[in-house]
Design a protein around this ligand. Sequence first.
Ligand SMILES: Nc1nc2c(ncn2[C@@H]2O[C@H](COP(=O)(O)OP(=O)(O)OP(=O)(O)O)[C@@H](O)[C@H]2O)c(=O)[nH]1
Ligand SMILES: [Mg+2]
Length: 287
Amino acid sequence: MPHTELPTPSVNPAPPTDPVCGTCALNHASQLLSLGVDVSGHDHVVALAGNPNTGKSTVFNALTGLRQHVGNWPGKTVIGAEGGFGYRDRRYKLVDLPGTYSLLSTSEDEDVARDFLVFGRPDVTVVVVDATRLQRNLNLVLQILQITDRVVLALNLVDEARRHGLSVDERHLARELGVPVVPMAARSRQGVPDLLETVERVALGTIATRARPVHHGDVRTERAVSELAHRIQREYPELTNTRWIALRLLEGDPGIERAVTDGTLGRLAAPAASTESFTDRSGKTHS
Ligand SMILES: Nc1nc2c(ncn2[C@@H]2O[C@H](COP(=O)(O)OP(=O)(O)OP(=O)(O)O)[C@@H](O)[C@H]2O)c(=O)[nH]1
Ligand SMILES: [Mg+2]
């Protein structure tokens, strides 16, 4: 598997400002403090997930001040890079995940993203989508919403969409998905203030997100899923996502079966799990 080193911190003395309103008193981004590789003492963990080439690393760099590899081809980020930022009086650890089309896939790079979302249990998952390819991107969004509803949808590349004469009704989208949607053009830092504000509110629980559960029309499948999810819940009362885990087990998903047999699932269910370190299958440890 390809190997990348931890990114080098860039010098970032002044907090970045919003290009549209650099001196505005209400400029939330002015309260951003890019911490580079310093993730010590973080209050919350935020994951950046999404299809390849949607601008995740661009968002990562804008918040942390780091220089994760950015380029116009898919698959640049191969392991999750970590960096820190502060916003108001809280510190955040941000994890830039490899792009993935699906959480059901078994390719190794995609497992890094999936393992982190399922077993790393970030406090907030920012799903970065390409506004010019929304339909294709929504597949992953819906899958992530089955795992967690602590999601912010970063509707990126709205500048490109505009150039193509496309506009997205973000309020409608937010209503349909049950999670907040933040329009962005991350390359020019547009939307960063709103993203920070929204991530904070989801992390603190002051925005109530409510993802719609996906139900499978077939009654027998539904019954099997509920029954298995119920048993998993009884065994591991602390575990969230039991429905998703049940579905994967019924499908014979090897990664989830392994998590059951090697005890990962049990460790996750322990009350202290969220403070434990977690090693993904690429061997990288996240704490
Ligand atoms: N026009 C425009 N381009 C953007 C924007 N955000 C990112 N890009 C460009 O999109 C390309 C992909 O950005 P990355 O940040 O590398 O995307 P990624 O999601 O990290 O990609 P992978 O790591 O390969 O999954 C780069 O050429 C960026 O400069 C934006 O808001 N507008
Ligand atoms: Mg990337």
